[in-house]
Design a binder for this molecule. Structure first.
Ligand code: FES
Length: 133
């Protein structure tokens, strides 16, 4: 199921509230090697496959002051162009001024297809947000 505490049904109804969920098909599990990070949907978010095979969909918004983060392949890190914060492939802040991990989006894997719910990103204080394929 979706990660996190919000459960959405197929029509996007949740209680009385009706949400228009935006679901992105991010490709298939076998398109990602462990350790790989890819920009998805014209860079709206990053999909990262961790070494243990889990996936995490990361916001590209730096948690310092909100600049858009590029993935730096050589450094294997997100390096913020604004004030130099870095984040690892799990989205954890590894160099200040940012200290908070990147927000993430809920990921669901169905029949080998990775679907990401980009309706709202989820903040976190620690790392607990990926899923085993
Ligand atoms: Fe990214 Fe300041 S906005 S380090």
């Amino acid at each position: 199921g979706w990660l996190g505490f919000s459960i959405f049904n197929a029509s996007g109804k949740r209680g009385k509230e009706r949400t228009q969920d935006r679901i992105i098909d991010a490709g298939t599990v076998d398109q990602f090697k462990p350790g790989q990070v890819k920009a998805i949907a014209q860079g709206q978010f990053y999909l990262s496959r961790l070494e243990d095979g889990r996936f995490i969909a990361l916001s590209r918004v730096c948690t310092h002051l909100g600049c858009a983060l590029p993935w730096n392949y050589e450094k294997q890190a997100f390096v913020c162009p604004c004030h130099g914060s870095t984040f690892d492939r799990q989205g954890l802040a590894t160099r200040p001024p940012a200290t908070r991990p990147l927000d993430y989006y809920r990921v669901r894997i169905e029949n080998g297809v990775i679907m990401v719910n980009i309706t709202t990103s989820v903040g976190r204080s620690g790392f607990s947000s990926s899923q085993t394929a």
